[in-house]
Design a protein around this ligand. Structure first.
Ligand code: HEC
Length: 256
């Protein structure tokens, strides 16, 4: 037995099939190889490693651009420093089209009037013991009195368009900045047939200062007449003066 094993260099000698030959033919065109070829022809071959790396590089570049503080699409960020940005027509950094001051104030004021409409009604006629704003000398008259009525409220006997009232209006100054106050006053002075001058932001700023100085608490007619029977300081501008509808700034080129 030992002899037979040592002289036997071909283990498959006794087999009817030569394993080496059989494998050789398989190597040439085995089923698996044929299948692989078909897949390649269909374009479904595995993604090459270099393509995966290239994609990774693109993702990194893209990410770093987008991640630039979220300013990827910001015009300013993309503009090199030292280069001057072209000014839009009309000058300044303003993008929105300018509109006449009266139109801008009235539009904003109409929205703010919702604070008052619950009592004075949307038609400005008042009712149920509440005086009208339409045709009221307190609205169409001097602006300082009007501003203080709105900011501080008013109580006690008051005559409006020849009718006597004796009620109580709460202070409405909360949330009214100079811009809002100017818009609201301008609106009620030019709505429902009222035809008075507009109130500028500059004037409204004065009104807020005066209100702060005069201290809290509702006003009565005596105090209004004594301290506030005058126009607010500030330059009046024509109704068609152009201004930025967003900031309410007057266009420098339009003021003379
Ligand atoms: C809670 C109800 C109420 C609200 C809200 C109110 N008012 Fe009045 N308002 C009155 C009453 C009542 C009087 C009369 C007070 C008096 O008799 O002394 C009055 C008086 C006035 C007057 C002077 C008299 C006149 O009719 O011209 C003006 C101006 C005025 N209000 C403007 C406004 C404006 C502007 C707002 C909104 C910011 C406003 N009011 C919100 C109740 C209200």
């Amino acid at each position: 037995m030992a002899d037979q094993n040592s002289s036997n260099t071909r283990p498959d000698l006794d087999e009817s099939i030569n394993v080496a030959d059989a494998h050789a033919s398989l190597k040439e065109e085995g089923n698996a190889v044929a299948r692989e070829k078909i897949i390649r022809e269909n374009g479904l071959e595995a993604i090459p490693i270099w393509l995966i790396i290239l994609c990774g590089v693109f993702v990194l570049i893209g990410g770093s651009v987008l991640g630039k503080g979220g300013n990827f699409l910001a015009y300013k960020e993309l503009t090199k420093s030292g280069y001057l940005r072209a000014e839009p027509p009309g000058g300044g950094e303003v993008i929105l089209a300018p509109i006449p001051i009266l139109e801008a104030y009235r539009k904003e004021g109409a929205k703010l009037y919702s604070k008052c409409a619950g009592c004075h009604q949307s038609n400005g006629q008042g009712g149920n013991g509440i005086p009208p704003l339409a045709g009221s000398e307190w609205v169409t008259g001097n602006t300082q009195q009007l501003s203080q009525i709105i900011i501080h409220g008013v109580k006690g006997p008051i005559s409006v368009a020849g009718v006597a009232y004796n009620g109580n209006m709460p202070a409405m100054g909360d949330g009214l900045g100079k811009k809002e106050l100017a818009a609201l006053m301008t609106f009620i002075r030019t709505e429902w047939g009222n035809q008075s001058s507009l109130v500028t932001v500059e004037m409204a700023e004065e009104a807020l200062k005066i209100a702060q100085k005069s201290g809290p608490g509702q006003k009565d007619v005596a105090e209004l007449k004594k301290d506030h029977d005058k126009m607010l300081p500030g330059k009046l501008v024509p109704d068609d003066t152009l201004l930025d509808p967003e900031t309410f700034e007057i266009f420098a080129s339009e003021t003379k």
